[in-house]
Design a protein around this ligand. Structure first.
Ligand code: HEC
Length: 148
């Protein structure tokens, strides 16, 4: 008897949950344009291919020809321990932001003595991979206004 009552209650709760989910996703579609705010990005807004964390992690440790240093030599382990206080942390930053910044260094739109050379030889896939890797790390982002 008790078991039966519980089963009925659970079924009712499950049905209610389904109705709520259905109602919510309906509202989501009506309220937002393409994909909705919570949809996983299908492709980068920076027009990059999909990033791969593993290859990005490997590349982050490879010494660049221009500076003789790797990404993590300057930005620190997981992009979170820069060797200089004025260098930005990268861990947990939006992948699109990182990708866009690297594209801008590569094109010369954003210019910095160290970073421009560092980004010059990178392919779109490498930029996407590096961005995916650093974005996947823990975020310790902080404001650099006071250090400049
Ligand atoms: C020799 C040191 C050095 C190396 C090596 C280096 N960086 Fe940087 N990076 C910097 C400095 C300094 C800045 C800040 C430049 C500026 O103010 O524009 C920076 C900025 C950045 C930014 C912009 C961050 C932001 O918050 O706007 C990204 C992204 C970045 N680096 C990624 C990388 C990646 C990926 C690599 C490896 C391919 C790399 N860096 C290698 C020193 C370095």
């Amino acid at each position: 008897m008790t078991n039966k009552t519980n089963t009925v209650k659970i079924s009712a709760a499950a049905l209610l949950a389904v109705i709520i989910v259905a109602a919510c996703s309906g509202g989501e579609e009506a309220g937002h344009t393409a994909g909705g705010a919570n949809a996983a990005p299908v492709s980068s807004s920076a027009g990059l291919p999909s990033g791969r964390i593993g290859p990005g992690e490997e590349l982050a440790a490879v010494k660049g020809e221009a500076t003789g240093q790797s990404c993590i030599d300057c930005h620190g382990s997981e992009g979170n321990a820069p060797i200089d206080d004025t260098y930005p942390k990268l861990g947990g930053q939006y992948a699109d932001y990182l990708g866009h910044a690297l594209q801008q260094y590569r094109s010369g739109e954003r210019d910095h003595a160290l970073m421009s050379n560092q980004a010059k030889g990178l392919t779109d896939q490498q930029i996407a991979d590096l961005s995916a890797y650093f974005a996947s790390r823990e975020s310790q982002l902080r404001d650099l206004h006071k250090v400049h």
